[in-house]
Design a protein around this ligand. Structure first.
Ligand code: MN
Length: 302
């Protein structure tokens, strides 16, 4: 099953090119979970409610996906985790470009650890990426993103995939510079998620997912999760050795070579034959503009 969020915080089941609105079920789920829960109620409820989503989707008309304003597929993750330097070719390009000079990092995920991005940085494809510092280099990083489905801690690799709700595509937007990673990767809109969640049953082998990125139609990144230094199961084991993972938690798995700068006016396309594709516009940040969060209604256009 494919689940998208769209327009004014609506939930849809995606079938082919059509979206079937199941927002009524989303409302019922949210009302049945405690406010103080950690994680996303819809993702937590997915195993139990999936049949009802599918039944409801068959009852209601579909609307073309292309006509909807896509939000991030998860409304309220408790955290956004991200793997640094998890493709050998990206590690090499960072060293060659001296983008890591002066860094305290070793470019080895096992010693550097993963990092966290702010949940307030999350945006869907419709929101666009506002470049916060036009005078500095702001890079795209296309990544496969894991969405956690089941709470767990100290998860071993053998059971890691039991904790996955599904997958989507993401952009780990990054300001290059000397500050801490989390600081440079957490401006508003620097955690793009889309186009929708593909449930884990539709992805038999997460270690063989192609992904590519183009800017204004020119391909810049292309790889496959088969090249990950820490594969999906190991990433889950690694993160859960430090954190409890909650349903809806988002996990960027790293980016391959080809990262490069973007500017306002650019259109970034992220694509995978196993998942789908989305376009997102890069635009200028307007000083003083308050950002609507990932869960909110579609962001101001332009
Ligand atoms: Mn990244």
């Amino acid at each position: 099953m494919k689940l998208c969020r769209f327009d004014d915080d609506r939930l849809g089941v995606v079938v082919g090119d059509l979206v079937h609105d199941v927002t009524e079920l989303q409302s019922a789920i949210r009302a049945s979970f405690p406010y103080a829960m950690l994680g996303d109620a819809v993702i937590a409820a997915l195993p139990e409610w999936r049949g009802r989503f599918e039944a409801r989707a068959r009852e209601v008309p579909g609307f073309p996906l292309s006509q909807l304003a896509l939000l991030a597929p998860v409304a309220r993750p408790s955290k956004v985790m991200a793997a640094p330097t998890n493709y050998a070719d990206h590690i090499a390009e960072m060293a060659a470009a001296r983008l890591t000079s002066g860094s305290k990092h070793t470019a080895k995920i096992g010693t550097d650890g993963i990092f966290l991005k702010s949940t307030s940085a999350i945006v869907g494809p419709a929101g666009g990426v506002p470049v916060r510092f036009p005078e500095r280099r702001t890079d795209h990083e296309a990544e496969l993103v894991v969405v956690i489905g089941k709470q767990g801690t100290d998860i071993d690799q053998a059971s890691a995939l039991d904790h996955v709700a599904g997958y989507c595509l993401g952009l780990d937007m990054t300001v290059r510079g000397a500050e801490d990673r989390s600081f440079r990767k957490s401006p508003d809109g620097y955690a793009v998620l889309g186009p929708y969640l593909v449930t884990a049953d539709e992805i038999p082998d997460p270690d063989n997912i192609p992904l590519s990125l183009s800017v204004n139609g020119q391909v810049r990144q292309g790889s496959n999760t088969s090249h990950l230094v820490y594969a999906i199961r190991r990433l889950i084991e690694f993160a859960s050795s430090f954190y409890t993972l909650y349903p809806g938690d988002v996990y960027y798995t790293g980016t391959p070579a080809g990262v490069g700068p973007v500017r306002p006016g650019d259109v970034i396309t992220v694509e995978s034959a196993a998942i789908g594709r989305f376009d997102v516009k890069v635009r200028a940040h307007q000083v003083g503009t308050v950002w609507a969060s990932a869960a909110a209604a579609p962001l101001h256009a332009g």
